[in-house]
Structures are given as structure tokens and as C-alpha cells.
Design a protein around this ligand. Structure first.
Ligand SMILES: Nc1ncnc2c1ncn2[C@@H]1O[C@H](COP(=O)(O)OP(=O)(O)OP(=O)(O)O)[C@@H](O)[C@H]1O
Ligand SMILES: [Mg+2]
Length: 276
């Protein structure tokens, strides 16, 4: 469905990606994991055809988009829904206008747009009443849902691209967003790429994971394979996450082995016939 084949990309003199290859099968989620600046968002920009690689090919549904003319590229871009890093909603538009924006651009009639907006807000777990609010009146997690709704509403795209969809959210909101991404894949059959630096998100969502380091692929495989990797870079990258998990497990053990708390004796059984 999507394939990067030996992609090199530079900006000016600076090499950003080197020999990047991976595939995303239909109805699967590929996670691109890596530290800040490793080139994750760049991969999405190339896939959207916003930038052109120096060499290599990028296939979407069997078509090499690096050969496409600008008009065709626009069409391909429209077949993909993009959830930008930090949500990137339009501050001066209501939630409903944000979600319906591209639909109105396509000149759907207003009632139809309204119907699609309501349906999509419901789909991402928001009360449709939020459509009259401004984005800054919503919590960070709700804003991220609106961003996903906007990507979905656009043209009911087969492919969804998420750039750091959980960054900056509290753990519960982040969990709800990753649940939503999994639901969109498993129940609606979306093919997706999720960019993240969060290892827990990667393990939860990724059918297959690509780890980038300074624009190069350091690992490709399943989460189980990633967990078992003995590559020094991977071990170092996973170390803080593993320490966190180990500490949490240890805390649970301590809780379990703690001496039972003092329980004050309960009230004595009421006497038959009353206390008199
Ligand atoms: N418009 C640009 N002009 C020049 N250099 C850029 C531009 N965009 C990205 N870069 C450089 O490309 C490299 C990769 O950037 P990219 O945004 O893909 O990283 P990232 O992995 O998404 O990082 P983060 O996790 O911080 O979002 C960085 O070194 C960055 O400085
Ligand atoms: Mg980025």
C-alpha cells in the first residue's frame, strides 16, 4: 500500500534521510519511532509529496509519487488524512469549521457538511455540541481528537498519517488517542503511519516498527522483535522506558509484600432484642 524504497533526502548540504526503506501493508499501522530530529516528520512530508527525495522511490497504492506531476500529487495527497504534530487547528475557526474545512473547499452543500461533521465528531468520541466552540476552549486531548476528526472528515481517506498524536497529553488522554487509532485501523480498516518518540505508544499501536537514528533505519520489525533486540543503539534507546517499567513492577511488588494495614476492630454484633 505504502512503500519507501532506498530514499535519500537532503536539505541544502544537510543529509536528512539516508537509504530509508519500509512498507506498510493495507490495514496495518507502521510506527516510525526515533529521537527528536531523527527525520520522522520528514518521512511524512515526503509521503505527502510536499518535498521530493534526492533519490529512491515512494509508492502509494503501487504508484511512484516521485514521478507524479503536481496535479496528480494533489490528488494523491487528498487520499491521505494527516494529523499534524501539535494538532495544528485553525485558532480563529470553530471546531465545526475546522473539521468541515476541506469539505466546504470541495463545495459540498452546507447541510451535508454539517451532517458529516457531526458524524465524524461522534466517531472520535466527542459530543457534537463542541462544534460551536473555539479550539482553545477545549482540552489538549479534545483538540487532538478534533485534529483526527478533521483528517477523517476530509475525504474519508484510506490512509491516515499521525505525527506525534499523543505528545503533551496526560497518560489517560494519550491512551484514549492510541485506542482511537487502533479502532480506526481494526474497525474501519484504515492504513496508517504513526510517528512518535513514545516507546509505549509504539508497542501498543504498531503492527511493525521502524526505528530511525539520524535519518537512518536502525531497526525494522515487530514490537516483540524490538524488545528482544541486542543492538546497542536500540538497547540504549529503550533503557529509560525499561527502567520505568522495572520501577513500576518493583513498586507493585513492594505494595504486595507490605505488612497488612492495622484494621480497627469492627463494631460488635448488635444484640438480639436491642441494647436495652
Ligand atoms: N524546513 C527545514 N529546513 C531545514 N532543516 C529542516 C527543516 N525541517 C526539518 N529539518 C531538519 O531535518 C532533520 C529532521 O527533522 P524532522 O522534523 O523530520 O525530525 P523529527 O524526527 O520529526 O523530530 P521531532 O521528534 O523533534 O519532531 C532535523 O535535523 C531538522 O533540523
Ligand atoms: Mg517531528
Amino acid at each position: 500500500m505504502i512503500e519507501f524504497r532506498k530514499v535519500d533526502f537532503s536539505i541544502g548540504e544537510q543529509r536528512i534521510l539516508t537509504d530509508v526503506s519500509f512498507k506498510v501493508e493495507r490495514k496495518q499501522t507502521r510506527v516510525i519511532l526515533g529521537p527528536s530530529g531523527s527525520g520522522k516528520s520528514t518521512i511524512l512530508r515526503l509521503l505527502m509529496g510536499l518535498w521530493l527525495p534526492d533519490s529512491g522511490s515512494i509508492f502509494v497504492n503501487g504508484e511512484d509519487i516521485t514521478d507524479a506531476d503536481p496535479e496528480r500529487l494533489r490528488e494523491i495527497r487528498r487520499s491521505m488524512g494527516m494529523v499534524f504534530q501539535h494538532g495544528a487547528l485553525f485558532d480563529s475557526m470553530t471546531v465545526g469549521e475546522n473539521v468541515g474545512y476541506t469539505l466546504l473547499e470541495d463545495k459540498h452543500d452546507e447541510e451535508e457538511v454539517e451532517r458529516i461533521v457531526i458524524r465524524t465528531l461522534e466517531l472520535v468520541g466527542l459530543d457534537p455540541a463542541v462544534r460551536d466552540r473555539m479550539p482553545d476552549e477545549l482540552s489538549g486531548g479534545m483538540q487532538r481528537r478534533v485534529a483526527i476528526a478533521r483528517a477523517l472528515a476530509a475525504r474519508d481517506p484510506e490512509i491516515l498519517l499521525y505525527d506525534e498524536p499523543t505528545t503533551g497529553l496526560d497518560p489517560q488522554s494519550a491512551e484514549r488517542i492510541t485506542d482511537l487509532i487502533v479502532t480506526l485501523r481494526d474497525q474501519m480498516g484504515k492504513t496508517s503511519i504513526m510517528v512518535t518518540h513514545d516507546i509505549a505508544d509504539a508497542f501498543k499501536v504498531g503492527d511493525r516498527i521502524t526505528v530511525l537514528d539520524r535519518g537512518m533505519v536502525k531497526f525494522e520489525g515487530t514490537s516483540a522483535e524490538l524488545n528482544a533486540s541486542r543492538d546497542p543503539f536500540i538497547e540504549e534507546f529503550l533503557a529509560p522506558f525499561r527502567k520505568g517499567v522495572a520501577a513500576a513492577l518493583q513498586r507493585q511488588d513492594l505494595d504486595r509484600s507490605a505488612p497488612p494495614r492495622y484494621q480497627p476492630p469492627g463494631p460488635s454484633r448488635p444484640q438480639r432484642g436491642g441494647a436495652l
